[in-house]
Design a protein around this ligand. Sequence first.
Ligand code: AMP
Length: 209
Amino acid sequence: MKLVFLGPPGAGKGTIASQAKTAYSIPHISTGDLFRDNIRRETELGQKVKAILAAGDLVPDEVTIAMVDNRLKEADAAAGFILDGFPRTIAQADALARMTELDKVVNFVLDKETVVRRLSGRRVCKSTGRTYHILYNPPKVEGIDDETGEPLIQRDDDREESVRNRLEVYEASTAPLIDYYRSRGLLVDVDASGSPEEVFEQLKKAISG
Ligand code: AMP
Protein backbone atom coordinates (compact mmCIF):
# COMPACT_ATOMS: atom_id res chain seq x y z
CA MET A 1 0.00 0.00 0.00
CA LYS A 2 1.54 3.29 -1.14
CA LEU A 3 0.02 6.18 0.77
CA VAL A 4 0.52 9.91 1.09
CA PHE A 5 -0.76 11.71 4.19
CA LEU A 6 -1.77 15.26 3.37
CA GLY A 7 -3.11 17.95 5.69
CA PRO A 8 -2.07 20.93 7.77
CA PRO A 9 0.64 20.65 10.41
CA GLY A 10 -0.93 19.40 13.62
CA ALA A 11 -3.68 17.42 11.90
CA GLY A 12 -2.33 14.22 13.46
CA LYS A 13 -0.63 12.73 10.41
CA GLY A 14 2.37 11.52 12.38
CA THR A 15 0.28 10.04 15.19
CA ILE A 16 -1.96 8.13 12.80
CA ALA A 17 1.01 7.09 10.66
CA SER A 18 2.70 5.43 13.61
CA GLN A 19 -0.44 3.29 14.14
CA ALA A 20 -0.89 2.60 10.43
CA LYS A 21 2.70 1.51 9.87
CA THR A 22 2.22 -1.35 12.34
CA ALA A 23 -1.23 -2.29 11.05
CA TYR A 24 -0.13 -2.38 7.41
CA SER A 25 3.55 -3.36 7.92
CA ILE A 26 4.87 -0.48 5.86
CA PRO A 27 7.44 2.15 6.81
CA HIS A 28 6.39 5.63 7.98
CA ILE A 29 8.50 8.08 6.04
CA SER A 30 8.26 11.58 7.48
CA THR A 31 10.37 14.17 5.68
CA GLY A 32 10.20 16.38 8.78
CA ASP A 33 11.63 13.51 10.87
CA LEU A 34 14.34 12.87 8.27
CA PHE A 35 15.37 16.52 8.35
CA ARG A 36 15.29 16.65 12.17
CA ASP A 37 17.42 13.49 12.31
CA ASN A 38 20.01 15.13 10.02
CA ILE A 39 19.99 18.27 12.18
CA ARG A 40 20.54 16.18 15.32
CA ARG A 41 23.43 14.28 13.72
CA GLU A 42 24.84 17.58 12.40
CA THR A 43 25.21 16.25 8.86
CA GLU A 44 25.85 18.57 5.92
CA LEU A 45 22.16 18.37 5.03
CA GLY A 46 21.23 19.08 8.65
CA GLN A 47 23.34 22.24 8.70
CA LYS A 48 21.80 23.39 5.44
CA VAL A 49 18.18 23.03 6.62
CA LYS A 50 18.35 23.90 10.33
CA ALA A 51 17.36 27.58 10.07
CA ILE A 52 14.69 26.79 7.47
CA LEU A 53 12.95 24.35 9.82
CA ALA A 54 13.19 26.67 12.80
CA ALA A 55 11.42 29.39 10.81
CA GLY A 56 8.77 27.00 9.49
CA ASP A 57 9.70 27.63 5.85
CA LEU A 58 9.98 24.94 3.20
CA VAL A 59 13.28 23.28 2.37
CA PRO A 60 14.04 23.79 -1.37
CA ASP A 61 12.35 21.24 -3.62
CA GLU A 62 15.51 19.80 -5.14
CA VAL A 63 16.98 19.00 -1.70
CA THR A 64 13.73 17.43 -0.44
CA ILE A 65 13.05 15.48 -3.63
CA ALA A 66 16.56 13.97 -3.68
CA MET A 67 16.21 12.89 -0.04
CA VAL A 68 12.84 11.19 -0.67
CA ASP A 69 14.05 9.57 -3.88
CA ASN A 70 16.93 7.96 -1.95
CA ARG A 71 14.65 6.87 0.87
CA LEU A 72 12.10 5.24 -1.44
CA LYS A 73 14.88 3.18 -3.03
CA GLU A 74 15.56 1.44 0.28
CA ALA A 75 14.36 -2.16 0.44
CA ASP A 76 11.72 -1.64 3.13
CA ALA A 77 9.80 0.80 0.94
CA ALA A 78 9.49 -1.54 -2.04
CA ALA A 79 6.10 -2.97 -1.09
CA GLY A 80 4.59 0.21 0.30
CA PHE A 81 5.02 3.23 2.53
CA ILE A 82 3.31 6.12 4.24
CA LEU A 83 4.71 9.43 3.10
CA ASP A 84 4.02 12.01 5.80
CA GLY A 85 4.84 15.64 5.00
CA PHE A 86 5.76 14.96 1.38
CA PRO A 87 4.84 16.19 -1.17
CA ARG A 88 4.28 19.76 -0.01
CA THR A 89 4.48 21.51 -3.38
CA ILE A 90 3.20 20.74 -6.88
CA ALA A 91 6.82 20.29 -8.06
CA GLN A 92 7.34 17.64 -5.36
CA ALA A 93 4.10 15.90 -6.37
CA ASP A 94 5.20 15.81 -10.00
CA ALA A 95 8.57 14.39 -8.94
CA LEU A 96 6.87 11.74 -6.79
CA ALA A 97 4.69 10.69 -9.73
CA ARG A 98 7.89 10.00 -11.67
CA MET A 99 9.28 7.88 -8.81
CA THR A 100 6.30 5.62 -8.08
CA GLU A 101 2.56 5.08 -8.39
CA LEU A 102 0.38 5.84 -5.36
CA ASP A 103 -2.66 3.89 -4.11
CA LYS A 104 -4.30 6.66 -2.09
CA VAL A 105 -3.72 10.18 -0.82
CA VAL A 106 -5.35 10.73 2.56
CA ASN A 107 -6.41 14.31 3.25
CA PHE A 108 -6.64 14.97 7.00
CA VAL A 109 -9.23 17.71 7.35
CA LEU A 110 -9.01 20.02 10.36
CA ASP A 111 -9.95 23.66 11.02
CA LYS A 112 -7.29 26.27 11.77
CA GLU A 113 -8.22 26.87 15.41
CA THR A 114 -7.93 23.20 16.28
CA VAL A 115 -4.60 23.04 14.44
CA VAL A 116 -3.15 25.82 16.59
CA ARG A 117 -4.51 24.21 19.78
CA ARG A 118 -3.00 20.87 18.85
CA LEU A 119 0.39 22.25 17.90
CA SER A 120 0.76 24.28 21.08
CA GLY A 121 0.14 21.16 23.21
CA ARG A 122 2.27 18.83 21.11
CA ARG A 123 5.28 17.17 22.71
CA VAL A 124 7.74 14.84 20.99
CA CYS A 125 10.34 12.27 21.85
CA LYS A 126 13.50 13.62 20.26
CA SER A 127 15.09 10.30 19.41
CA THR A 128 12.05 8.44 18.02
CA GLY A 129 9.92 11.33 16.77
CA ARG A 130 6.89 9.84 18.55
CA THR A 131 4.32 12.56 19.23
CA TYR A 132 1.92 13.23 22.09
CA HIS A 133 -0.49 15.95 23.13
CA ILE A 134 -0.55 17.12 26.73
CA LEU A 135 -4.39 16.94 26.77
CA TYR A 136 -5.60 14.80 23.88
CA ASN A 137 -2.96 12.08 23.64
CA PRO A 138 -0.87 12.22 26.81
CA PRO A 139 2.00 9.87 27.60
CA LYS A 140 1.47 7.35 30.42
CA VAL A 141 3.84 9.35 32.62
CA GLU A 142 3.79 13.13 32.20
CA GLY A 143 6.70 14.43 30.14
CA ILE A 144 8.15 10.96 29.46
CA ASP A 145 8.09 8.84 26.27
CA ASP A 146 6.07 5.63 26.77
CA GLU A 147 8.63 3.35 25.18
CA THR A 148 12.09 4.86 25.57
CA GLY A 149 11.55 6.62 28.92
CA GLU A 150 13.22 9.73 27.52
CA PRO A 151 12.00 13.24 28.37
CA LEU A 152 9.56 14.79 25.88
CA ILE A 153 10.30 18.19 24.34
CA GLN A 154 8.43 20.89 22.44
CA ARG A 155 9.59 21.31 18.86
CA ASP A 156 11.19 24.71 18.09
CA ASP A 157 8.76 25.22 15.24
CA ASP A 158 5.73 24.57 17.45
CA ARG A 159 6.26 28.01 18.99
CA GLU A 160 3.56 30.52 18.04
CA GLU A 161 5.60 32.56 15.56
CA SER A 162 6.65 29.51 13.52
CA VAL A 163 3.20 27.93 13.75
CA ARG A 164 1.64 30.97 12.10
CA ASN A 165 4.21 30.89 9.33
CA ARG A 166 3.80 27.13 8.80
CA LEU A 167 0.05 27.56 8.39
CA GLU A 168 0.57 30.30 5.81
CA VAL A 169 3.07 28.13 3.96
CA TYR A 170 0.58 25.25 4.06
CA GLU A 171 -2.23 27.37 2.58
CA ALA A 172 -0.03 28.81 -0.15
CA SER A 173 2.05 25.82 -1.22
CA THR A 174 0.52 22.59 0.05
CA ALA A 175 -3.27 23.08 0.04
CA PRO A 176 -3.28 23.18 -3.81
CA LEU A 177 -2.25 19.50 -3.69
CA ILE A 178 -5.77 18.65 -2.50
CA ASP A 179 -7.17 19.57 -5.92
CA TYR A 180 -4.13 18.07 -7.65
CA TYR A 181 -4.82 14.63 -6.16
CA ARG A 182 -8.61 14.92 -6.23
CA SER A 183 -8.52 15.50 -9.96
CA ARG A 184 -6.38 12.37 -10.32
CA GLY A 185 -8.94 10.29 -8.40
CA LEU A 186 -6.53 9.50 -5.56
CA LEU A 187 -7.84 11.66 -2.73
CA VAL A 188 -9.81 10.40 0.26
CA ASP A 189 -10.90 12.82 3.00
CA VAL A 190 -10.63 11.91 6.68
CA ASP A 191 -12.11 14.09 9.42
CA ALA A 192 -9.13 14.61 11.72
CA SER A 193 -11.01 16.28 14.57
CA GLY A 194 -11.65 13.11 16.63
CA SER A 195 -9.43 11.09 18.93
CA PRO A 196 -6.49 9.18 17.40
CA GLU A 197 -8.55 5.96 17.68
CA GLU A 198 -11.52 7.50 15.85
CA VAL A 199 -9.35 8.97 13.13
CA PHE A 200 -7.54 5.67 12.66
CA GLU A 201 -10.87 3.81 12.26
CA GLN A 202 -11.90 6.30 9.60
CA LEU A 203 -8.59 5.92 7.85
CA LYS A 204 -8.97 2.14 7.65
CA LYS A 205 -12.41 2.54 6.05
CA ALA A 206 -11.21 5.25 3.68
CA ILE A 207 -8.31 3.24 2.29
CA SER A 208 -10.11 -0.09 2.08
CA GLY A 209 -12.68 1.34 -0.35
P1 AMP B 1 6.82 18.38 9.64
O1 AMP B 1 7.45 17.55 10.69
O2 AMP B 1 6.20 17.57 8.52
O3 AMP B 1 5.88 19.43 10.17
O4 AMP B 1 8.02 19.19 8.92
C1 AMP B 1 8.82 20.08 9.66
C2 AMP B 1 9.55 21.02 8.73
O5 AMP B 1 10.42 20.28 7.85
C3 AMP B 1 8.68 21.85 7.79
O6 AMP B 1 8.14 23.00 8.43
C4 AMP B 1 9.70 22.20 6.71
O7 AMP B 1 10.60 23.19 7.16
C5 AMP B 1 10.48 20.90 6.57
N1 AMP B 1 9.85 19.97 5.60
C6 AMP B 1 9.28 18.77 5.88
N2 AMP B 1 8.79 18.20 4.77
C7 AMP B 1 9.07 19.06 3.75
C8 AMP B 1 8.80 19.05 2.36
N3 AMP B 1 8.13 18.04 1.78
N4 AMP B 1 9.23 20.11 1.62
C9 AMP B 1 9.89 21.13 2.19
N5 AMP B 1 10.16 21.22 3.50
C10 AMP B 1 9.75 20.20 4.28
